[in-house]
Design a protein around this ligand. Sequence first.
Ligand SMILES: NC(=O)c1ccc[n+]([C@@H]2O[C@H](COP(=O)([O-])OP(=O)(O)OC[C@H]3O[C@@H](n4cnc5c(N)ncnc54)[C@H](O)[C@@H]3O)[C@@H](O)[C@H]2O)c1
Length: 348
Amino acid sequence: MREFTYRSRDGDVKVLININHGEALERITKDYTGCAAYVSRNIVNRVKIACPVIPIVDGEEGKSIETALSIVRSAHEMGIDRDGLFIGIGGGSVLDVVGFSASIYLRGVDYVNVPTTMLSMVDASIGGKTGVNALGLKNVIGVIRQPRYVIIDLSFLDSLPMPNYIDGFAEVIKYGVTMDRELLDLVMGSADRLLNRDYAILEEVIHRSLRDKANVVEVDELDRGGSRAVLNYGHTVGHAIEAVTSFSISHGKAVALGMVCEARVGVRLGYTPKDVPDLLIRALSMFNLTSRVSVDVDRLVNAMLRDKKRSGDFIRLPVVTDVGRWDLVRVRVKDLADLVISECRSML
Ligand SMILES: NC(=O)c1ccc[n+]([C@@H]2O[C@H](COP(=O)([O-])OP(=O)(O)OC[C@H]3O[C@@H](n4cnc5c(N)ncnc54)[C@H](O)[C@@H]3O)[C@@H](O)[C@H]2O)c1
């Protein structure tokens, strides 16, 4: 078991890795007047805790204002007061909507994240970005508000289908290539053990990934154009790939292709060393994250131009400046579009 604490506007957040969720929650809930656990309905039978368990629909359709309202209604009916606790147990979609509901219920009650997918263990469970989809737009309603605890119980990974499991490694490789060379080396040197879901190496990789993310969240919690931008590496192109494929390609594979493309763009811009795109391809292919997708590059560029990080004629792009180092550069949108067309057409 490993643990660490990161600081936030809302107080300290305690992260516990490789721990039985039932035992951890038994200790935590003692400090609250009441609790309610909102759990992905697909894993509800795996949850063993003393709080009332309310199954919720997960995936993007469950991440809605209607789900948030039903969570608020059930908490009210159970008499949860301002010193009560919400617990979200599930993948990123569940954590996002439960964290959002906790943030608006009675103007904010504490909440705990118990992630059950690889992506949510290394990414969605910390950082405090909560929210729901609405008006056909992803994450268009939400707030940044941190959980009190993050509890990583690795046994949830046992039932995760392989495609979902490997998807989370795109974000791990992102942390490695941008901020943490040792993490990248560790992941590449232990790919077989990771693919076999060996708990000892998973504990180390998840701990390092969460520490790396927490470090940037601590200095730019509200995502005001500083350090937190690094978490978007590969996502400018990755989100555009998801949009033009109508989300038929997984998030991990879209981000993987996005990172390789953005690394090539970084080389052309003169910031990224020439060997980084191939290094990324080697790392990502160990987790089967580099399959080609058939995408019309012109549509892709159009989707990219609508990126929310765009400001006028410019877009702020995180670039790798060496393995484990990064910088934020301002690129003319038109130049970025031309570079993506010339550098990435062959891989799409
Ligand atoms: N808040 C953040 O910082 C942040 C960061 C990254 C992603 N996200 C959000 O996370 C969501 C994606 O998260 P996700 O990839 O975890 O997907 P998800 O929550 O949609 O879950 C994917 C599927 O896995 C199933 N599942 C969950 N745990 C399981 C388990 N242990 N065994 C078997 N099946 C299980 C779910 O029922 C679901 O069908 C998106 O909505 C994205 O916007 C948020």
